[in-house]
Design a protein around this ligand. Structure first.
Ligand SMILES: C[S@@+](CC[C@H](N)C(=O)[O-])C[C@H]1O[C@@H](n2cnc3c(N)ncnc32)[C@H](O)[C@@H]1O
Length: 242
């Protein structure tokens, strides 16, 4: 069951506003070009920010996510219905013969158990063409992002077109490494509704990610810094080995 921030019908429509500028997506567009990818699968596509950019570039795109409310936001951005939207889990993707699968926005960190992560990598592998690519990032545990998040105690208030003023308060509710739990509390000032979203993320180190890719039939081609967040995240570029 995805977290409320993705799955709740009132929270998914405010996700993009609170997520801010998506400076991270340019790197993924660049990598798709570098790899010559024409068919791209966006796993955990959420509100579809990257999928829409990929389709605008003329690529054949499938976006998959288990959160219906996020997919509804994504579909609304795809007025010409160029993208195939799939409601579902990364472990059970339809065949797509993708040149490239991507997971942006640290989707890789939502898979908490080793078995969930392994099932996800196997599911994506089955949707890739032979020697197709998988590219995703994850926050480096060494950066200790949770300490920065815990220090940010100011609430954020945004005036969102069509929705009105919404206040977001964020807190770190538990750190039991490799797991970090966070809570977002959203107050809709138009009617006073308060909706809480709890999330837990898993922080995996570089060696752990590399061996999990190897174990699930991928070859790691490169591990890069995220250009917009140097030192904070690692971008893995892997290839379906067989
Ligand atoms: C932080 S959001 C990132 C969304 C999008 N990729 C982006 O960059 O804006 C994480 C996404 O992972 C999705 N997700 C959670 N569990 C999933 C699963 N089992 N399979 C695929 N996606 C999942 C959530 O619904 C959510 O849309």
């Amino acid at each position: 069951m995805p977290d409320a921030i993705f799955a709740h019908p009132r929270l998914a429509p405010v996700y993009d506003a609170f997520d801010g500028d998506r400076d991270d997506l340019a790197a993924y567009l660049g990598i798709a070009g570098e790899l010559g990818a024409e068919r791209v699968l966006d796993v955990g596509c959420g509100t579809g920010c990257l999928a829409v950019l990929l389709a605008e570039g003329g690529r054949t795109v499938m976006g998959a996510d288990p959160a219906r409310a996020s997919l509804a936001v994504a579909r609304a951005k795809d007025a010409r219905a160029r993208i195939t939207w799939v409601h579902g889990d990364a472990a059970a993707l339809p065949p797509f013969d993708a040149d490239l699968a991507v997971m942006t926005g640290n989707v890789a960190q939502v898979f908490l158990t080793d078995e969930d992560w392994a099932r996800t990598l196997r599911g994506i592998r089955a949707a890739l063409r032979p020697r197709g690519y998988l590219v995703f990032e994850t926050r480096r545990p060494e950066w200790r992002a949770w300490e920065k998040w815990a220090a940010e105690t100011e609430s954020v208030v945004l005036d969102i077109p069509g929705i009105g003023s919404v206040e977001q308060r964020s807190e770190v509710t538990d750190v039991s490494l490799p797991f970090v739990s966070i809570r977002g509390t959203y107050t809709f000032r138009a009617d006073g509704a308060v909706i809480v979203s709890d999330s837990t993320l898993r922080f995996r180190g570089r060696g752990e990610v590399e061996s999990s890719l190897d174990a699930q039939g991928y070859r790691v081609l490169d591990v890069r810094e995220a250009p917009d967040r140097p030192g904070r995240e690692l971008v893995f570029i892997a290839e379906r080995a067989t």
